[in-house]
Design a protein around this ligand. Sequence first.
Ligand SMILES: NC(=O)c1ccc[n+]([C@@H]2O[C@H](COP(=O)([O-])OP(=O)(O)OC[C@H]3O[C@@H](n4cnc5c(N)ncnc54)[C@H](O)[C@@H]3O)[C@@H](O)[C@H]2O)c1
Length: 271
Amino acid sequence: MYNLLKGKKGIIFGALDEKSIAWKIAERAHEEGATFVLTNAPVAMRMGAIKELAKKTGSEIIPADATSIEDLEILINKSMKILGGKLDFILHSIGMSVNVRKGNHYTEQNYKFTEKGWDISAVSFHKVMNVLYRQDAMNKWGSIVALTYMAAQRVFPDYNDMADNKAYLESIARSFGYFFGVEKKVRVNTISQSPTPTTAGSGVKGFEGFFNYAEKMSPLGNATALECADYTITLFSDLTKKVTLQNLFHDGGFSNMGVSQSIIESFSAKS
Ligand SMILES: NC(=O)c1ccc[n+]([C@@H]2O[C@H](COP(=O)([O-])OP(=O)(O)OC[C@H]3O[C@@H](n4cnc5c(N)ncnc54)[C@H](O)[C@@H]3O)[C@@H](O)[C@H]2O)c1
């Protein structure tokens, strides 16, 4: 390990179980010397796995619904007290579509569900930054990262309304990132990660198909959750101080591919 986050303090949203990308990021942040508070929606607490992670990383858990400004105010206030000062890094690793869960087709959404998914998956990022900004909770040269997926730019039919939520999330990173940069010298970025077999990921219809397709298309293969954690650590570290307002693809090269030899072969007539 490199002690890249020695002395740094943060909040990690979204570790549900050991498959979660946030779980791996918490483990890696701990290894790199960071201290942090773990948070998740109160309903996620019932599953109990997060307690294991807290024990392993010496962290406290504060439940918070990321769509509730009141919960976020308590979370951020308490976290600064527990950690003994302002924060250096924030991970937003939250996503949920009710339409996907209920199996509604993209063309036939229930708009109440659309709104809820949008609030949880996208607007919550604005709310988190709003409270951090108002409470002046971030240290200078701090780093805020949210996780996203390339369906924000390209069509993946079964990604459903999450594609729209991710486009909105990425836009919030740029818009809020401007003000956070100018006023507080804090950077805001999104990481666009390869398909990853987690609870949220596997909930998308046809996940296995597009996971395997991306694997064959990407020159380096799909990026794993652990590799995403490594990349996120660099963005929390002082080695990336001037990177902001970016949507950073962490996908083994998938996003710049047209077609790969392996895909061509699978469509060519056998000679
Ligand atoms: N798995 C993939 O293929 C993939 C690819 C690219 C990006 N992502 C993104 O990575 C992030 C993490 O997802 P994951 O794949 O680790 O799955 P995950 O299911 O482990 O994590 C999603 C988290 O969101 C939390 N959450 C839901 N509603 C919430 C609320 N109201 N308040 C607070 N937290 C809430 C869940 O409890 C859970 O911990 C998401 O933004 C997801 O869209 C995932």
